[in-house]
Design a protein around this ligand. Structure first.
Ligand code: ADP
Ligand code: MG
Ligand code: MG
Length: 251
């Protein structure tokens, strides 16, 4: 499958944040988007997943040519988009098990019911793979979860849903190394012809564990340059001010 973002402009509370962003990603590819604070990284992920706070003022997001911006949030998930947020929500009263079951059923409506049939077996296997206690299934979603537990939860959800595209927004911020490795383990497990991922991050840390095929630098609402892992090294060495100077971006 192919996810295309074309000349995307988006605003939040009347302020333009994305200013003509272009990106194409195919399944089978892992893309890293790196950028300083406030560049618009989270805005991009919210727009892709349909958060109503973010207003798209121009441009397109297409999934195999279909207009994603016209789809409701459930439909985006059914068509294969998955998003792990920087700050996951707590849902008291819904257990992890019930939440995952429902998420799987919703996605299955678009498919053949296969995922629901093997749900229990797959859930057990994936929890084991991520070193998660089986008791976790009975806890209320994200309620009182540590940062690391929230991330494990999201990666578990991603493994259960096997989306075409997994978008991970600043999944590394504030995570300890064990939690970071769980995230990497999940992404690397799904990595293959039927899975694509956008790893959004300020830091290079997570990219030591997930090797991106392509690296993009997002600055002031646009992708200013794209390349390979050499870009990660350049950022690590020279910081984001170097990008500003190199590409003539005003302060
Ligand atoms: P990043 O994830 O790259 O740090 P964001 O996309 O979160 O950047 O934010 C880009 C800009 O948009 C920032 O100036 C931020 O303050 C603003 N912004 C983002 N979300 C909101 C919001 N919900 N309400 C008001 N301003 C927002
Ligand atoms: Mg930020
Ligand atoms: Mg962010």
């Amino acid at each position: 499958m192919k996810l295309e973002i074309k000349e995307l402009h988006a605003s939040v509370e009347g302020k333009e944040i994305l200013k003509g962003l272009n990106l194409t990603i195919q399944t089978g590819e892992i893309h890293a988007i790196m950028g300083p604070n406030g560049a618009g990284k989270s805005t991009l992920s919210h727009v892709i997943m349909g958060n109503p706070k973010y207003e798209v003022t121009a441009g397109q997001v297409l999934l195999d040519g279909e207009d994603v911006l016209e789809m409701d949030v459930d439909e985006r998930a059914r068509k294969g988009l998955f998003m792990a947020f920087q700050y996951p929500v707590e849902i008291p009263g819904i257990t992890v098990g019930r939440f995952l079951k429902r998420a799987t059923e919703i996605q299955d409506e678009a498919e053949d019911g296969q995922k629901a049939r093997t749900f229990v077996k797959d859930l057990r296997a994936n929890m084991k793979f991520l070193d998660m206690d089986q008791q976790f299934i009975n806890r209320y979603l994200n309620e009182g979860f540590s940062g690391g537990e929230k991330k494990r939860m999201e990666i578990l959800q991603m493994l259960m849903l096997k989306p075409a595209f997994g978008i991970l927004d600043e999944t590394d911020s504030g995570l300890d190394i064990d939690a970071l490795k769980v995230v990497a383990k999940g992404v690397n497990q799904l990595r293959g012809d039927d899975f694509g991922s956008i790893i959004i991050t300020h830091y290079q840390r997570i990219l030591n564990h997930i090797k991106p095929d392509y690296v993009h630098i997002l600055f002031d609402g646009r992708i200013v340059t794209s390349g390979g892992e050499d870009l990660v090294e350049a950022l690590e060495e020279k910081g984001y001010d170097w990008v500003r100077e190199q590409y003539g971006i005003p302060e």
